[in-house]
Design a protein around this ligand. Structure first.
Ligand code: ADP
Ligand code: MG
Length: 184
């Protein structure tokens, strides 16, 4: 069941490995939107976990539940914003499909693409080193029980090994502006 109406906020659902660039790009896009005098909201997977979903861990079941709850939070805010940005790893195809169903027609799946080799090289938070050394369990992309499933049919792909942050953000701004123009 699709819930969002034509005038509801566009929801960019950023999926990609930890360190692929989701938060960086979402923050830049939110800045652009706010500079245009419009409302942008960011629901970052890490923040939502720390504030609202502290009871959830990183087992596949908990990841699925976290993603589902975030999709419902988006729906609750869709009438109060122009654009909602959701940087959340969301490693499972099934869960992303479910988010699309919960949010409806205004859902845009953005695959923030970077290879495992590249994110290990970046190791923004030093977590890959710990995960590889077995000091973190259930680490997405590293631990066998939580693989990262590449999106099969994303709406937008941003390859952060080839494009700059600026180029990624401006690709999304082009999308936003076209959408707003179309809606008048
Ligand atoms: N095109 C790009 N888009 C986004 N981040 C990039 C890009 N190229 C390099 N980076 C770097 O990759 C890292 C991404 O970190 P972050 O945004 O926290 O990732 P995530 O939120 O996906 O875990 C940052 O250090 C950022 O500077
Ligand atoms: Mg992030």
């Amino acid at each position: 069941m699709s819930s969002s109406a034509e005038n509801d906020a566009l929801v960019f659902w950023f999926t990609g490995l930890s360190g692929s660039g989701k938060t960086t790009i979402a923050t830049s896009v939110a800045d652009h939107i706010r500079k245009m005098g419009k409302q942008a909201k960011i629901f970052d997977g890490d923040d939502v976990r720390n504030i609202l979903h502290r009871h959830l861990g990183f087992t596949p079941e908990d990841i699925t539940e976290n993603n589902r709850l975030i999709a419902h939070i988006c729906v609750q805010h869709q009438k109060k914003a122009d654009c909602i940005l959701v940087p959340v790893i969301s490693p499972f195809e099934k869960t992303r499909k479910e988010a699309r169903t919960i949010i409806g027609g205004r859902f845009v799946e953005v695959y923030v693409k970077a290879s495992l080799d590249e994110v290990i090289r970046r190791d923004v938070k030093g977590l890959y080193e710990k995960a590889i050394n077995g000091r973190i369990e259930n680490f997405i992309g590293i631990s066998g029980n939580v693989p990262y499933e590449e999106p099969r049919d994303p709406d937008i792909v941003l390859d952060t090994e080839k494009l700059t942050v600026k180029a990624c953000a401006s690709a999304l701004m082009t999308y936003v502006q076209k959408d707003w123009k179309r809606r008048g």
